[in-house]
Design a protein around this ligand. Structure first.
Ligand code: FO1
Length: 319
């Protein structure tokens, strides 16, 4: 079975670990979000691609869900000693190697998709990891700072430095409208048997991938089941601050509202957590088949069960 998954960072990566366990024979292609990418110290950092690669390749810092295990921060300390910022983004020594290799290959003219493939030959994630685009897309957030000044900042500054502590007034995937799907993306969608929206951030992860012209249309026209898992459980994000960015686009932080946001033109099925069983009728009324199952990825077995439920729902909507 060929499965395509649109993945962001931590939630998407953890879901993929369960999906691999639930469908070991499946051919899984991951379309990774690159809107979180940031250029720091002359290096290109791709947080969501790296989180998928490290999580599935066994190098992830499990508690954080990002960065490497057994990290040290000597380079970061030395940069700070030179007064070279920013200090708020925690790049570890081992992680720096990934960004150095990536930037070196990009400077040599390789597209991001080729670079990602090369990095994955070391990590063997067991899936094909494609960036959503080889073109530069960076998510920026409009805020009003506490001195009343309206400004637009990089998503990472909003997410990591400010910890999403101020309202996000607008979310802008800068460059998305000129970006092209990376090589292999549209083909993977066209050849898929099932397309899955994992519990990634629906605005800055899945939403950014869908903002690349051609991707949303390809999914809507693929003619195969598209099934999603709610990242919102009991009217709150399971992890992260998805509610902050959902508010920016006027979508309530509920499992049913996120399904409606994706829409029945895109989604055929939607899994909500058992605490949101009351939302099943509302989602079904929107033309999306819905089931309430446990959605907390407490361990890989629990996540594998969620993945099995998603594939079962895909089989149901196909029928
Ligand atoms: N997230 C944090 O909350 N604090 C950090 O210092 C931080 C550093 C970091 C370094 C590399 C990387 O790949 C990810 C990093 N993240 C950090 C996570 C990152 O902000 C998120 O993974 C995504 O951008 C959102 O999914």
């Amino acid at each position: 079975m060929r499965i395509v998954v649109l993945a962001g960072g931590i939630g998407g990566a953890r879901f993929l670990r369960g999906l691999k366990q639930a469908a070991p024979e499946a051919d899984i292609t991951v379309i990774g979000n690159t809107g979180d990418d940031i250029h720091l110290f002359g290096l290109k950092v791709c947080p969501d691609l790296d989180t998928v690669m490290y999580t599935l390749g066994g190098g992830i810092n499990e508690e954080q869900g990002w960065g490497r295990t057994d990290e040290s921060f000597r380079v970061k300390e030395e940069l700070a000693a030179y007064g070279v910022g920013p200090e708020w983004f925690g790049l570890g020594d081992r992680d720096f190697a990934t960004h150095i290799v990536r930037t070196q290959m990009l400077s040599a003219g390789y597209p991001l998709s080729a670079v990602t493939e090369a990095l994955c030959t070391r990590w063997n994630p067991g899936v094909r990891l494609l960036p959503m685009s080889d073109d530069r897309v960076e998510t920026h957030v409009a805020i009003t700072s506490d001195d009343g000044e309206r400004k637009v900042i990089h998503f990472q500054e909003y997410w990591v430095k400010l910890r999403a502590s101020v309202a996000a007034e607008a979310i802008v995937p800068v460059g998305a409208d000129q970006a092209k799907p990376a090589p292999g993306v549209l083909e993977a969608i066209a050849e898929a048997d099932v397309i899955v929206f994992p519990p990634s951030n629906p605005v800055v992860s899945v939403g950014t991938i869908l903002a690349v012209p051609g991707i949303r249309e390809a999914i809507a026209e693929a003619g195969v089941p598209v099934v999603g898992l709610s990242p919102i459980v009991g009217n709150a994000p399971v992890r992260g601050m998805a509610d902050k960015v959902l508010a920016a686009i006027g979508v309530p932080a509920t499992a049913a509202a996120v399904a409606a946001h994706y829409g029945s033109g895109l989604l055929d099925g939607w899994l909500v957590d058992t605490v949101d069983a009351g939302a099943v009728g509302e989602v079904e009324a929107a033309g999306i088949r819905c089931r309430a199952v446990p959605l907390l990825m407490t361990d890989t077995d629990a996540t594998a069960e969620m993945a099995r439920q998603a594939l079962a729902l895909a089989g149901e909507v196909r029928a």
